[in-house]
Design a protein around this ligand. Structure first.
Ligand SMILES: Cc1ncc(COP(=O)(O)O)c(C=O)c1O
Length: 368
């Protein structure tokens, strides 16, 4: 889904009117280039983990005649253990919902609770408004300050004016990399609770950040829903596993709008193996954080302005020519980064050191 180009649909095709000006969402997929455009983890799954997954597969494959565990109870239990261990806030399987990537979690939430509309503070993850459109949820575009920080007073006013059923906060935010403090999130949790609304905290990049997770607020504010993914820190994007951490009543609500048997047995088995090896899979997070800091300071040395990032990517500006032309010139040099549509800015995902060097060499020609 995207707003940029239009498809001319045949007249016999009854696409819903509100979707007719959209095209499928997605970053350009270009082969043969260094891909630093979709905030993936560049480290491959370690051989020891691959071997464990292969050992788990025969039992899964011979039972493919059966539907998977519809409620993914074992996986939800292990996700609860991971969140409890990594954040210090205690959760059980009944507080977790798992799905095919956090995008599916977001869609299930909007289907269940989007009736009074959804508010997000832009720029932020562009898929939030797109899922809203696809699920018939009214989208309200809120604002951030010019430096992409959230202005708390303005956010509170926007919430009390619009009274949305869902308010989105992405922290660390995509595409800016900036964080919202846990104190500010608590104020938003209180404000959204006062209007009987949910605060959806999208923490896709939380493992790269030093900020306290919003899961710590759930026992006090049952309207807080934290959305997480195994796509980034766990280097598991291809498996498609995202999850929500929330009050038990909230999880019961998403059960109403989930598709039956939506999470395949293979996905559940692979995710269980990945969680059993979480130390190995998460081992490169620190390396990515230090590479992020190194690339940021190299970009600054070249004269670019870099937005402080708590994620595995950097948003930067200050090109000698137009940002989109710079993006194109980099693709021609074999380096694919992301034009997120913010005038004057481009976003680069932190890759392997050798890939980051390739990027820095290519972008140097476009320094201010
Ligand atoms: C902020 C944010 N939320 C959610 C997602 C979706 O992740 P996935 O569906 O792979 O779990 C992304 C992916 O880039 C993201 O940046």
């Amino acid at each position: 889904m995207s707003q940029s180009k239009k498809i001319s649909w045949p007249t016999w095709l009854p696409i819903r009117a509100e979707l007719s000006d959209l095209i499928p969402y997605g970053a350009p997929q270009i082969t043969g280039v260094t891909a630093l455009n979709t905030n993936e983890n560049p480290f491959k799954v370690p051989t020891a983990v691959v071997e464990k997954m292969l050992a788990a597969l025969p039992q899964v494959l011979e039972n493919l005649n059966r539907y998977p565990d519809r409620d993914a109870l074992e996986l939800r239990g292990k996700l609860a253990e991971y969140i409890t261990k990594s954040t210090g806030s205690s959760f059980l399987a009944k507080n977790i919902w798992a799905a095919n990537g956090s995008n599916e979690i977001l869609q299930t939430l909007m289907l269940a609770c989007g009736g009074r509309g959804a508010l997000g503070f832009l720029p932020s993850y562009s898929v939030h408004p797109l899922i809203a459109k696809a699920t018939g949820t009214k989208w309200i575009s809120g604002e951030r300050l010019r430096d992409f920080e959230l202005d708390l007073a303005s956010a509170l006013k926007q919430i009390s004016d619009a009274k949305p059923g869902l308010t989105f906060i992405t922290t660390p935010n995509n595409p800016t990399g900036t964080c919202t403090s846990i104190n500010d999130i608590e104020v938003l949790a209180e404000a959204t609770l006062a209007i009987n609304g949910l605060l959806i905290v999208d923490e896709a990049y939380q493992e790269f950040s030093d900020e306290v997770s919003a899961v710590s607020l759930i026992s006090k504010y049952p309207n807080v829903v934290v959305v997480r993914t195994m796509s980034k820190a766990f280097a598991f994007a291809g498996a498609r596993v995202g999850y929500a951490v929330a009050d038990e009543a909230m999880i019961s609500a998403v059960l109403v709008t989930r598709l039956p048997y939506h999470l395949s047995s293979a996905t559940q088995a692979l995710a269980l193996t990945a969680l059993a090896s979480s130390d190995l899979l998460l081992a490169e997070v620190d390396a990515l954080i230090s590479e992020r800091n190194r690339v940021a300071s190299e970009l600054e040395k070249l004269g670019f302005r870099v937005i402080p990032s708590s994620a595995n990517f950097l948003l930067f500006s200050g090109f000698s020519s137009d940002a989109h032309q710079t993006w194109k010139a980099l693709v021609e040099k074999g380096v694919l980064i992301r034009d997120v549509g913010l005038p004057g800015y481009l976003r680069v995902t932190i890759g392997l050191p050798v890939e980051n060097e390739q990027f820095l060499a290519a972008i140097a020609a476009h320094r201010p």
